[in-house]
Design a binder for this molecule. Structure first.
Ligand code: FES
Ligand SMILES: [Fe+2]
Length: 414
């Protein structure tokens, strides 16, 4: 982040603290229909479109570090196999044998030059090619070339491995857009994977995600954990194309209370991280399902995966600069995944309670403030991806936040 952008953000923090109404021209945000969190029909639309056309963070190079390594992954639904090929290429495939549909790798990860289906023993290379079948004399005119594993788009940002089920999706770098150059200072190409854990939650995945996409709840839900380290009145939201967003909030100037959560101890700092991420909370929400504070001690994505319309999985990651002999940093859990840290427990407890009340006849929809605009921006992007014509009128959101509010445009800059 250059000096000009830092100065702009510092100015915007004071602007936000001083304004007495939303910025001039910023639209009133219409109600977000409650059915988007509770109806089977909307869940099915997400499954059919949103999860099939978005770039999804599936793996980290440290999990399949060498040629021959492979890993299974199914957090978005369909079983996926990710491989590190002999020439260094990272690829993804449907984990489905082309003989009769068995999983080629049952589960987990490993290292082998060939992957052999446990059902009848067909063998595939790490490039997905079918290399051997048992009893080939029993098949007439068999064509090996047309029986390779079915490929899935797979691209990397540094050591982060993303997949996309849509062959026609834009390149990952274009999907990230302006976020990608902004992330250079965080060294995603060098940081190591320190922790990755999964927790089951009893709520719609968006409810859990959205408690992490605004700071309006911080004083009430996190009075002792987050609030002492985050000045919510000086929070500056930035909206990016494709539904992504960023928040930047300074530490309170007058806080005497010590925060119960802070940067994880141990490890080394990421030397290139800039002033804002070092001194403030700089957090991104990347469409569709990750929210991540980024700072000089840790890059810590939270990922939210659907598991039915009112269940989800929360995945917690911590990436950090090489920690050498020091303790492995973990931003989000205690005892290496035994339980969520207090700050996330506060959000989870709130989110699970909301699922019950929000599904009742007493709730018709969510009324968002200007400070919660990143949530509305996300819903607008979701509807564009699902396709307006596919969504019943009663479940759509209006497209009221125009491009003039998307980075690098911003009427607040004028
Ligand atoms: S299903 Fe894989 S070899 Fe038969
Ligand atoms: Fe929270």
């Amino acid at each position: 982040m250059d000096k000009q952008e830092i100065a702009y953000l510092r100015g915007m923090m004071e602007y936000e603290a001083g304004r007495t109404e939303p910025p001039s021209g910023f639209p009133r945000l219409p109600v977000i229909p409650g059915e988007r969190y509770s109806a089977r029909e909307f869940y099915a639309l997400e499954q059919a479109h949103l999860w099939r056309k978005s770039w999804l963070l599936a793996s980290h190079l440290d999990e399949i570090p060498a040629p021959g390594c492979f890993q299974t992954w199914d957090l978005a639904g369909p079983p996926v196999l990710i491989t590190h090929g002999e020439t260094g290429e990272i690829r993804a495939f449907h984990n489905v044998c082309r003989h009769r549909g068995a999983p080629v790798v049952a589960s987990g990860s490993g290292k082998k030059p060939r992957l052999t289906c446990p059902y009848h023993g067909w063998s595939y290379g790490l490039d997905g090619e079918l290399v051997a079948i048992r009893n080939p004399e029993d098949f007439r005119d068999f064509d090996y070339r047309s029986h390779g594993l079915s490929g899935i788009r797979c691209e990397r940002f540094g050591k982060l491995i993303f997949i996309n089920f849509d062959r026609n999706a834009p390149a990952l770098i274009d999907w990230l857009g302006a976020v990608a150059p902004e992330w250079e200072e965080f060294q995603f190409d060098k940081c190591r994977l320190a922790a990755r854990h999964v927790f089951e939650l009893n709520c719609n995945w968006k409810i859990a995600m959205e408690t992490n996409t605004e700071v309006y709840h911080v004083r009430t839900v996190h009075p002792k954990t987050v609030s002492p380290m985050l000045d919510d009145r000086r929070n500056v939201n930035t909206l990016y194309p494709n539904g992504h967003g960023r928040m930047v909030a300074p530490r309170p100037a007058d806080s005497t209370m010590k925060a119960a959560v802070d940067l994880p101890p141990g490890g080394n700092a990421i030397g290139t991280v800039g002033e804002i991420a070092r001194t403030a909370t700089q957090s991104y929400n990347i469409f569709p399902n990750w929210v991540s504070p980024l700072n000089h001690r840790a890059l810590a994505p939270l990922l939210f995966w659907p598991d039915g319309k009112d269940k989800c999985r929360l995945e917690t990651w911590t990436l950090a600069a090489d920690w050498g002999d020091k303790p492995k940093p973990d931003m989000w859990t205690d005892n290496d995944g035994e339980k969520l840290k207090q700050v996330l427990l506060e959000d989870v407890e709130m989110a699970e309670g909301i699922q019950k009340s929000l599904s009742s006849p007493g709730f018709s929809g969510a009324s968002l403030s200007y400070q919660e605009a990143r949530i509305y921006h996300w819903h607008q992007a979701a509807d564009r991806l699902i396709g307006f014509a596919n969504i019943p009128q009663s479940m759509r959101v209006e497209q009221v936040i125009g491009d003039q509010w998307l980075f690098p445009n911003d009427p607040r800059r004028e």
